[in-house]
Design a protein around this ligand. Structure first.
Ligand SMILES: Cc1cc2nc3c(=O)[nH]c(=O)nc-3n(C[C@H](O)[C@H](O)[C@H](O)COP(=O)(O)O)c2cc1C
Length: 166
């Protein structure tokens, strides 16, 4: 069954952009073989990752992620079945959402703000707020991807996504 798993975690040391891009291309190469797609976002010292793939594949990957010492404080934001992939084109897409990037485009600034809400302690004490922010985040990602001139992988599917997460 096709599945999605969305989590946040905290980087256990500082990474520069080039380092993260190298790491992410290694993840992408593995995901390509395993049929996993998604995006990996970095905001401050947090990661937020959207994974898509067969349920059994994602379970095995999450077991590895839980043991990976490059990050900690793993927290699942959402997981469940999906009818189709939202990020079918991305075996793993790295998105740097730190402030230096947000000046470039309002869409990035918007996504950064939403991800910050997802990460906030306020969202954790209010599951409704967290779920709403996760849905908004997923809907905002395709707009940021589209900034690169790539076709938008998710816009037509966002309604289905909202139904699914909500
Ligand atoms: C933030 C973060 C995101 C990761 N994303 C992926 C991923 O999308 N796909 C993947 O295969 N490994 C990913 N990894 C790496 C896995 O944790 C693990 O190191 C990798 O799958 C190799 O595991 P193995 O050497 O035990 O086979 C990620 C690691 C971190 C810290």
């Amino acid at each position: 069954m096709l599945f999605t798993w969305i989590y946040m975690s905290r980087a256990l040391r500082a990474y520069d952009v080039a380092e993260l891009d190298v790491m992410c291309s290694q993840f992408a190469a593995r995901n390509d073989k395993a049929g996993v797609t998604g995006v990996l976002m970095k905001v401050g010292d947090h990661f937020v990752q959207v994974l898509e793939g067969e349920e059994s594949t994602l379970l095995a990957l999450v077991a590895k992620l839980l043991k990976d010492e490059r990050h900690g404080d793993f927290h699942t934001l959402h997981r469940g079945p999906i009818s189709e992939r939202r990020f079918a084109k991305w075996s793993m897409r790295m998105m740097h959402l730190d402030r230096s990037y947000t000046v470039k485009a309002p869409a990035i600034a918007e996504l950064r703000k939403i991800v910050r809400t997802v990460l906030s302690s306020q969202a954790f004490s209010d599951p409704e707020l967290q779920r709403g922010a996760v849905v908004r985040m997923l809907m905002a990602i395709p707009r940021v991807i589209a900034l690169d001139g790539e076709s938008n992988p998710g816009s037509v599917r966002s309604a289905a996504l909202v139904n699914h997460v909500a």
